[in-house]
Design a protein around this ligand. Structure first.
Ligand SMILES: [Zn+2]
Length: 1153
């Protein structure tokens, strides 16, 4: 029977106008949802930190009367008298999801208990009191009820070890330098720049560039961050542009490299005569005594021990020596062996043949080509160019100690890699919203000129560290939240009360709205409401409103959501042990479904489906003695064969569910069915939720390309030959629109789809992922799944996925003050109009990136405001609005824009922009556009903000000095420049993951964290100081750990002491280390414990359980590790950091000339 198949029609959320397409502010009739305790908000059980193997609930009696292996499930509906006896009473409380402390101060709605602010220290209207705000814990200052569960959240902090002293030292001394402008006569080694993978050695080993140091990280004591990284040297004579800079410490000077100077000082054509200069015209300084400028021996360039030699001089310098600040006058500097230069290979002036270099930057003019012998190759000293590690360490030490207080408009928060606390004093925490810039141009002309994208990366349900307060839940009763009459913005700290408090003027649209009588309050002498500090919506950046019935679909309060587990039971799934593993896990995992606050049990109901070519539904009604199976073989028109008994309460149906989960592996143990369907599975889940009139989530465990005859059937269309062709984009597009339509239906119902894939071959992630993607779901992929090596990772992912905080039936809208508006959105969601982002489900990890454009002028006085409003249904079925507000500064000077940018956020936006671009444009076009945009951003800075200097200098804004290195990482990522080992499914998968990543995740994904384990302090809890991602930084005698959010790679050098190997791997020699290990052996020694604790610490920080891979130096697998060394040239043709920086410089110069 087909149940209730009609899609809900009509405006789901009321009337289609300004507000939430219809969340009018209405004749409220909102009542708290019956049965839903209001006090518990915010208390989601939380991901269990360190969730271990769950203790099987005592209430389970799995063996109770099950059919033996192979016997069909009983279809009789006979009720068991036993069942009720086991319900509830024997159930052990969850071991890790401890109920929240019951200490919640019960506050009547609207009561004043919230006034913990100091009433002084007002900044921007928001109190900036330093006094600790002792608000009621977490969620409920305004509702009677209990306290939140402070301890149940996973920390989002990153923890880093002490700063790398060596790196710091280096970067402090790097000076401007020029490359490319020398006149040495030695011809460059041909083809080294982007040679084939095998030609690497000469490159990395041999740099001779030394420079005197202007690269001075700013510190707080130095005042505002310098806006310019004066980079390098002039190209033209008189080549001393960097000298003035060197006398002031502020600007961070990245060693420059100048392309060949022209007679005008800009163009390449007038490069100083090359004749006869046997050496680079000038080196800004000599190597320090004892310093090995030339770098490691070329024969083994890649494994010099870190830290690299502290060169104070990093580059050949045309012209006279640098000032004394930079050390001794430049000595004559003999051409360095292996001194390699952009001349040929890289981005060089003279582009020679570049064998095997896949043309990363084709189309680049032969900038700098000149008659006569090419200048000698030169190479920037990697230590002289901006170091991500240094920037991260500097931010940590400068900004990690003090809480970030959000009371001031337009403040740039600490980096995502810095561990800091946030105090909400009127603007949303950076954990919820980060912006590409906190000071935006007043006019669109300025914005266009700068090319800096204006974007916010929003994570509306972000998990907060336990020390921070969850958003308060505000209940305005049946009248609902107070909103602007015109634009429907919600009451927030920036609304201006006037006329003695009887009206308020909207900060977004200026419309004046009457204050509803129940909300009236007098103003104090400063014009501020006297209850200002008592109401979160007047004084905080983030808070929640309890939604009234008008905010609900069909004007009906929602039912609690449901989870449906849908398990592929085809041959591969059974054979690999996957089916049994899932069933075993679910038996205990079901006791950890998300709950709210102090609720004793989850309100979420569960249902079960198995499938191969047909679908099997299970009736697990509590009154049954045995589960019943119903088979639907007509997959063409999917329906749910049972209504009653499909979705059940876990406690009530405990024994029947346990019975079912025991039987499933047995029932299909002998299956020979290899084919599967896929779309009908989603349809079945969708129909079940429709029938139950609730939202929910499908957990689908799937193994293969769905080739069985059914709607949504797919064919294998994988074709790697399409790479680098105009048709490459088809690899990212779904092969049929069927799934797009299905996704739309799912979103309308609030049916979110999480997909766990276990492929042994191509299964078309690009198509299967469509519904997951558009419903706000998560996708997980375990290629060549093997029980022994992959089960921990899968189970940890599954546990976290099932338990994490999630909102259903979500709609997000971002309102802005007059002058800008949200124009583009990136993330996992569906949009049926241009303003509302709809997500069937939105969990605590999902991020939406929003781009803004000007539609009018902004003013420096009023700044710009964002208000993100998320309407969603909680896991208990409560309808809520979560509001995040953020105020930004506006500027008429470009320098202010560049001073307040955040590169990590910019990269998040650019990556998502590019990853979407590959759906419609050739990948090369996308890459070129990225490079071009960044060159324009930097060129605009150079032209308008940097102090006059030679065009030959590369000058980077302080806040963007990592833009080139990070951008290069995006360009050479698997999606944009795949190596031969990367599968089509991998690329589609990564593309989808990145699209929902927050700033911290994209940061570590594109520039992985590399930790020298052998340097770890076994006596402290800290991590060893990270090092840069280059082979040059590795020592053969050390062991390193690299993580990027998806993988942890442990690299073991060939010369590691035998004792260390014994301690970590439990084997006696390097050769005995197995690279098949998926976990580190548990050994009783301090080194083993330390390393395992580091791994555990990293696992907890990430939203996915990372795959652990052991790589031995010089082993085949080392390629995989090198893939992550993103400062080096990649095997797929990606440029090294140094080469890319040279290329960017050239692009910028072209724009400027
Ligand atoms: Zn308004």
């Amino acid at each position: 029977m087909s149940v209730n198949q009609q899609a809900h029609t009509g405006p789901p959320y009321g009337q289609p106008q300004p507000g939430y397409q219809g969340y009018q502010q209405p004749a409220y009739g909102g009542q708290p949802l019956p049965g839903v305790p209001q006090s518990q908000y915010g208390a989601y059980n939380g991901p269990m930190p360190g969730y271990q193997q769950p203790v099987p609930p005592q209430g389970y009696f799995p063996s109770l009367g099950f059919p033996s292996k192979g016997s069909p499930v009983s279809l009789n509906s006979d009720t068991s008298s036993l069942a009720p006896n086991f319900i509830g009473s024997l159930r052990a409380p969850p071991t890790s999801g401890a109920p929240p402390p019951a200490s919640g101060a019960s506050l009547p709605s609207g009561h004043l208990a919230y006034s913990q602010f100091g009433h002084g220290d007002v900044q921007n209207g928001i109190p900036a009191s330093a006094a600790p705000m002792q608000r009621p814990p977490a969620s409920q200052p305004f509702l009677p009820g209990s306290a939140p569960t402070p301890a149940s959240q996973t920390s989002t902090f990153q923890q880093y070890g002490p700063p790398a002293a060596g790196v710091q030292q280096l970067s402090n001394h790097v000076a401007g330098m020029t490359i490319g402008s020398t006149t040495a006569s030695a011809p460059p080694p041909a083809g080294l720049g982007y040679g084939p993978p095998t030609s690497v050695p000469p490159v990395s080993g041999s740099f001779s560039a030394t420079g005197s140091g202007l690269y001075t990280p700013y510190t707080a004591s130095q005042g505002p961050p310098p806006t310019s990284v004066s980079q390098g040297l002039p190209l033209a004579q008189p080549p001393f542009p960097s000298q003035p800079i060197s006398t002031q410490r502020l600007p961070t000077q990245v060693p420059g490299f100048a392309p060949p100077p022209s007679s005008t000082g800009i163009g390449p054509s007038s490069y100083p005569p090359t004749t006869g200069a046997p050496r680079p015209p000038s080196m800004p300084g000599p190597p320090l005594p004892g310093q090995t400028v030339a770098g490691p021996p070329t024969s083994q360039p890649n494994h010099v021990s870190s830290p690299p030699p502290p060169s104070t001089m990093t580059g050949p310098h045309p012209g006279p020596p640098m000032s004394g600040l930079h050390g001794p006058p430049p000595p004559t500097h003999p051409p360095q062996p292996g001194y390699q230069m952009q001349q040929n290979g890289s981005f060089g002036q003279v582009r020679g043949p570049q064998p095997n270099y896949g043309g990363a930057y084709p189309g680049t003019p032969n900038y700098g080509s000149q008659p006569g012998p090419p200048p000698p190759p030169k190479r920037l000293d990697p230590d002289s160019i901006p170091s991500p590690i240094q920037v991260i360490e500097d931010d940590r030490s400068n900004r990690g100690a003090e809480p970030f207080v959000t009371g001031v408009r337009g403040q740039v928060p600490p980096l995502v890699t810095t561990n800091f606390l946030v105090k909400d004093q009127g603007n949303a925490s950076p954990r919820y919203i980060r912006c590409t810039s906190y000071n935006i141009p007043c006019t669109s002309d300025m914005a266009k000129q700068s090319q800096v994208p204006l974007a916010a990366v929003i994570k509306p349900l972000a998990t907060l560290p336990p020390e921070e307060t969850l958003p308060y839940l505000v209940d305005h009763g049946e009248s609902g939240p107070v909103r602007c009459n015109r634009c429907k913005a919600y009451m927030c700290p920036f609304m201006q009360f006037i006329e003695g408090g009887r009206r308020f003027q909207c900060c977004f649209c200026s419309c004046v709205t009457e204050v509803p009588p129940h909300y009236f309050q007098h103003l104090d002498h400063t014009g501020k409401r006297v209850d200002f500090y008592d109401r979160p919506e007047l004084s905080l950046g983030s808070y929640e409103f309890l939604a009234t019935v008008d905010y609900c679909k069909n004007n009906k309060f929602p039912s609690p959501p449901a989870f449906v587990f849908m398990i592929d039971v085809s041959y591969n799934a059974v054979k690999s042990g996957l089916v049994r593993l899932i069933c075993e896990e679910l038996k205990s995992l079901l006791d950890y479904l998300p709950r709210e606050g102090n609720m004793e049990e989850s309100a979420i109901r569960v249902g079960f489906v198995t499938y191969n070519k047909v679908l099997h539904f299970y009736n697990v009604k509590s009154s049954l003695a045995q589960p019943q199976m119903m088979v639907v073989s007509d997959v063409a028109d999917m329906f749910v064969p049972l209504l009653d008994g499909f979705l059940v309460n876990v406690n009530e149906s405990r024994t029947v569910i346990a019975s079912l989960l025991d039987q499933i592996p047995e029932m299909f143990a002998d299956t020979r069915e290899t084919e599967t369907v896929f779309a009908p599975v989603i349809q079945a889940g969708l129909e079940a939720l429709k029938a139950a009139e609730c939202a929910g989530k499908l957990f689908i465990f799937h193994t293969s390309l769905p080739i069985a005859e059914a709607p949504g059937k797919l064919k294998n269309r994988d074709d790697k030959k399409l790479i680098n062709t105009d048709k490459e984009k088809t690899l990212f597009q779904p092969q049929t629109s069927f799934y797009n339509n299905l996704a739309k239906d799912c979103v309308a119902q609030g049916c979110c789809v999480d997909l766990f894939l276990f492929p042994n071959q191509y299964l078309d992630v690009a198509t299967l992922g469509v519904v997951t993607y558009q419903t706000g779901g998560s996708i997980y992929k375990y290629a060549y799944f093997q029980l022994e090596t992959d089960q921990d990772r899968f189970l940890n992912d599954l546990r976290r996925d099932v338990q994490k905080e999630v909102g259903f039936d979500a709609v997000m809208r971002v309102r802005t003050s007059t002058g800008i508006r949200a124009t583009d959105f990136f993330g996992a969601f569906y949009m049926s109009n241009t303003t509302d982002v709809e997500m069937a489900g939105l969990d605590c990890d999902k991020t939406i990136t929003v781009e803004f454009k000007h539609d009018d002028k902004l003013s420096e006085d009023s700044g710009a405001l964002l208000q993100c409003a998320l309407l969603y249904t909680s896991c208990a079925g409560q309808r809520r609005l979560r509001i995040h507000n953020l105020s930004l500064n506006c500027c008429t000077q470009l320098a202010d824009l560049y001073r307040n940018c955040e590169t990590d956020t910019l990269i998040n936006y650019l990556a998502k922009y590019a990853y979407r671009g590959v759906l419609s444009s050739p990948v090369k076009t996308v890459r070129d556009a990225l490079i071009n945009q960044c060159a324009q951003i930097l060129a605009c800075y150079r032209k308008n903000c940097a102090s006059p200097s030679s065009a030959g200098q590369l000058i980077l804004p302080e806040c963007m000095k990592l833009l080139p290195v990070y951008l290069n990482c995006v360009l050479k990522s698997d999606v944009l420049q795949p190596g031969p080992e990367v599968t089509t499914d991998d690329r589609a998968y990564i593309r989808q993951l990145v699209t929902s990543m927050d700033v911290a995740e994209t940061n570590v994904f594109f520039y992985p964290r590399l930790l020298p384990l052998t340097k770890a302090d076994v006596d402290s809890d800290s991590l060893p100081a990270a090092i840069r991602n280059s082979e040059e930084r590795l020592s053969k005698g050390d062991i390193y750990l690299l993580e990027n959010g998806l993988n942890i790679v442990v690299w073991v050098g060939v010369n590691v002491q035998q004792g260390l190997i014994q301690n970590l791997f439990g084997v006696s020699s390097f050769s005995q280390i197995s690279n098949a290990l998926s976990t580190l052996p548990v050994l009783e020694n301090t080194f083993s414990k330390k390393v395992r604790s580091i791994v555990d610490m990293l696992q907890v920080q990430r939203s996915r359980y990372m795959k652990l891979i052991i790589v031995k130096q010089e082993d085949k697998m080392e390629m995989l590790f090198k893939h992550f060394l993103v400062e080096d040239k990649s095997l797929s043709g990606g440029a090294s950091y140094v080469d890319f920086l040279c290329h960017m410089h050239k692009e910028i110069r072209q724009l400027l000339s």
